[in-house]
Design a protein around this ligand. Structure first.
Ligand SMILES: C[S@@+](CC[C@H](N)C(=O)[O-])C[C@H]1O[C@@H](n2cnc3c(N)ncnc32)[C@H](O)[C@@H]1O
Length: 432
């Protein structure tokens, strides 16, 4: 692999080059135009890189933007708690599957339950025991991965196919996988789960680029055949420009290398920062080597429906509640405090990632369930930004990265993890 790196060092450095301000401007202009995102503009700010600006006036509560996720992942630690679609991350199956599966997986770790309870848990998991009123909380049927990996499930055939086409075909460990080695892939996944599962998101981003590149290349090859254009050096350069094109949506989000900007953990002394950064850089390289062996060929806080269900049961009229509680309470007790864990993960949104922070923001990024409450349409894996006060044309649209209710010191401590000291009007005023 090192030989490959040396041979293509020029191309690699071009891929990793930060985009110029002109490229950024052109890219976001095209993106907002093609996605019909009227009313916003991405452009340079005076102080800190780019930002999102209002191109029209927005009223309070008005929808500013819906941003489609480019790549996203559910955190490994959250997979026991929630069974969600591997593409749009909505809960799937049924209330019974969600509760039964979680209790079953927890039980594998040696839970304290008796045999009778364990039997009930298995019945729940296989949907052979129905909980009262659970039909009022319908969830989409579980669709298997088309590659047969039994590790990722979907809410619809549409999501299964979309994920397969965009990245999962290269990262699937099932028989239908398009990776070069399932064994190598499993090794990569194990390494990520044991070290930092953000490498899974990176693998998705890389797979997404490779697959997009292949699609662009296949379309070009077809065109070239028509024109009988077989000059290999011309094609060589051309192929690289296709790879740059496939990489572009991700490169536009480039800020700094991961190991340079990751927050210093509390248990690492500032004097050890340089060696800590070297260590995680090394870890990222190890992970990349494992991924390369698996996929490189010669050529690139929402809520839980389970919580809604138990809240509903809790609100039932007293007489009925007693009867229902008899069935549901043992499951609730067994689930314990963690009964309402929501799907947790990390994703990259092309426009939201351009929004700067303010402790007195004029917009808010909403989670899925809050949007449903507000009767807004909830489309697959989209981030929704609403104005939380009137925004005038030309004003920068800002969101808060942290809990705005915290005091100045706490806010600044959290924002240090993002690598900046906030000097918004509120911070300046409170600091005076
Ligand atoms: C999600 S990005 C926002 C877009 C970013 N300005 C860009 O050029 O892509 C977050 C980064 O923007 C910068 N940033 C955001 N809000 C800021 C603020 N209020 N003050 C200083 N820097 C800020 C920080 O470097 C932060 O890590």
């Amino acid at each position: 692999m090192e030989v490959v790196d040396a041979q293509f060092s020029h191309q690699i450095s071009l891929l990793l080059e930060p985009p110029s301000p002109l490229q950024v401007k052109e890219y976001f202009h095209e993106l907002t135009t093609t996605k019909h995102l009227h009313g916003i503009q991405v452009k340079p700010t005076n102080h800190y890189g780019k930002g999102v600006y209002a191109d029209i006036d927005f009223e309070e509560e008005e929808l500013v933007l819906k941003d489609q996720m480019l790549v996203g992942m559910q955190h490994s630690s959250n997979k026991i708690d929630c069974l969600v679609c591997g593409c749009c991350f909505r809960f799937i199956g049924s209330i019974e599957i969600q509760i039964g599966r979680k209790l079953y997986l927890q039980g594998l770790g040696g839970g304290p339950h008796d045999d009778c309870f364990n039997e009930k848990v298995e019945l729940l998991m296989h949907q052979r025991l129905e909980l009262p009123h659970s039909k009022k909380f319908p969830l989409p049927e579980v669709i298997n991965c088309p590659g047969g990996c039994k590790e990722v499930y979907y809410c619809s055939k549409y999501c299964a196919q979309a994920d397969w086409d965009s990245c999962h075909s290269l990262l699937c460990t099932g028989d239908g996988s398009k990776s070069i080695s399932n064994k190598a892939l499993s090794k990569f996944i194990q390494h990520a789960n044991e070290t930092n599962d953000i490498f899974i998101l990176a693998a998705k981003a890389i797979s997404c680029t490779i697959l997009k590149y292949r699609k662009l290349k296949a379309a070009c090859d077809k065109e070239n055949q028509k024109e009988k254009n077989h000059l290999s050096d011309v094609l060589g350069n051309h192929n690289f420009s296709l790879l740059l094109k496939a990489w572009k949506p991700l490169s536009m989000g480039y800020k700094r290398r991961w190991w340079d900007c990751i927050a210093l953990p509390d248990d690492v002394d500032v004097s050890d920062e340089a060696s800590f950064r070297m260590q995680i850089r090394q870890l990222a390289f190890e992970s990349l080597e494992l991924l390369k062996a698996a996929i490189l060929d010669e050529e690139c806080l929402p809520s839980s429906p389970v919580e809604d269900y138990f809240l509903y049961v809790d609100d039932l009229p007293e007489a009925e509640k007693k009867e229902v509680d008899e069935i549901t309470q043992p499951f609730l007790d067994a689930l314990g405090e963690d009964y309402s864990v929501c799907c947790q993960g990390t994703a990259f949104y092309p426009i939201q990632s351009c929004m700067n922070h303010s402790c007195c923001p004029n917009a808010k990024a909403f989670k899925r369930e809050e949007i449903i409450i507000k009767q807004r349409e909830d489309k697959d894996g989209q981030a929704t930004i609403l104005a939380c006060k009137p925004i005038k044309k030309g004003e920068e649209i800002t969101i808060s990265y942290i809990d705005e209710d915290l005091d100045l010191e706490e806010r600044q401590a959290l924002l240090a993890d993002y690598g900046f000291i906030c000097k918004c009007a509120r911070c300046v005023e409170e600091d005076a």
